[in-house]
Design a binder for this molecule. Structure first.
Ligand code: SF4
Length: 168
């Protein structure tokens, strides 16, 4: 799971400033804890984004994000909905993994998030994927994820926009 290497005071890189302002959600910034950890979560895998992060149903910011090469379409194997088995996979969006920028579809088992820099996350707090914003940093990597923000929930949240994620 990706998460909150939020130890930089920094703000967003203009070229990746495509995620909306997430004023509706509590954000769990704790730069000291993230600095001590060094961003292990961001090195394991990028956090999952949800449709509202890009302002859907308006598709423009999502298209810009994918065109930047710094966001990718990943997928959940099988049907993410509990008790339902109608799908072979369900797509969701996350930042690209370093070394795989520009790859529109990328099934990953982990790696460094493309936005993880030497001073922490390049993105301003409110521009990060929902899963990153909802991860509460805790000492010794005992971080707590809040509010249905895991990968399965992300895959479910994107189901109604599946058409926008599939090349035709
Ligand atoms: S977007 Fe930022 S906080 Fe989220 S995984 Fe990437 S580097 Fe970490």
């Amino acid at each position: 799971m990706g998460g909150a290497s939020r130890y930089a005071e920094s703000s967003a890189c203009a070229s990746t400033d495509v995620v909306g302002d997430a004023e509706d959600l509590v954000m769990y910034d704790d730069m000291n804890t993230c600095r001590d950890c060094g961003g292990k979560c961001c090195k394991r895998a990028p956090g999952c984004a949800f449709p509202e992060d890009f302002g859907l149903p308006n598709i423009e910011r999502l298209n810009a994000a994918l065109a930047s090469g710094r966001w990718a379409i990943d997928w959940w194997e099988g049907d993410p909905r509990d008790g339902i088995n109608e799908l072979d996979q369900a797509f969701f969006i996350r930042p690209a993994i370093k070394g795989y920028e520009g790859q529109r579809y990328h099934a990953s088992w982990g790696g460094d998030c493309t936005f993880l820099g030497t001073n922490g996350c390049e993105l301003a707090s409110e521009k990060r994927p929902r899963q990153c914003r909802q991860l509460e940093p805790k000492p010794n990597s005992n971080c707590v994820l809040h509010g249905d923000s895991d990968k399965q929930s992300a895959a479910i949240s994107w189901l109604k926009y599946a058409d926008a994620l599939i090349d035709k």
